[in-house]
Design a protein around this ligand. Sequence first.
Ligand code: IPE
Ligand code: IPE
Ligand code: MG
Length: 264
Amino acid sequence: MLDKMKIWKSTKEPDTLDERIEECKSYKIPDHIAIIMDGNGRWANKRALPRIAGHHEGMKTVRPITRLANRLGVKALTLYAFSTENWIRPKMEVDYLMKLPEEFLGTFLPELVEENVQVQMMGERSQIPKHTLKAVDKAIDATKNNTGLVLNFALNYGSRSEILQAAKSFAVKVQNGECSIDELDDEQFSSLMMTHHLGDPDLMIRTSGEIRLSNFMLWQLAYAEFWFTDVLWPDFSEEHLIEAIESYQKRSRRFGGLKSEESQ
Ligand code: IPE
Ligand code: IPE
Ligand code: MG
């Protein structure tokens, strides 16, 4: 399937944020955006602050980005909040990161409910502290009937472990005689992933200048458009999200085929 590409108009470009948002809405909005929220530590370092101050500032960025994604009609926003590898950081930092969902949701849950956002989480729950899960589960429950943007937190998420889990669960089905090996295809395997109900991301954004995936959605990002920026996550603004989407709208997604005009 080919998206209608954004063609630059010769008329004056919109300049206020509201104008840019409205302009952006007249082109194809990605259904699912995934963000690797990176650079909190460096943001703090630059200001001679402790790393956790960067995480606190980074948490505050989630609010305007979620609101804007919802306003634009994005269906799902997956935010990489903590990876399965992040446990190797100093205990004090990990403990702080595990307190952030409580703080974020403690402040913004009423707003998320009000704005029709549905909170979800993906990741390995068993290692996550009970107090963290309690806050997340409360938000999931309070927003479960909302029909707007799905705000999906990747918490203790690792893509390789997710893929291994999916492979194992398919093997068990075969072992139990519920299906045969030949039935395993893209669709079947995708249905075993944590994102089965969300669809694959159309656009993947990573902040802080790192050009890597760091074990994030390796299966699901097969055909996503990537957008990298040097901006550190606490400095990531609504303008940056619009810039990323504008870039997405100018790209030609071919999925292995040809551009629409070439295939005629
Ligand atoms: C991203 O910021 C947040 C998490 C990984 C939890 P970092 O903490 O990785 O910040 P940098 O990369 O050290 O600047
Ligand atoms: C990826 O960032 C994980 C999150 C943003 C939660 P990292 O900072 O952990 O990634 P690396 O170590 O630079 O690859
Ligand atoms: Mg980092």
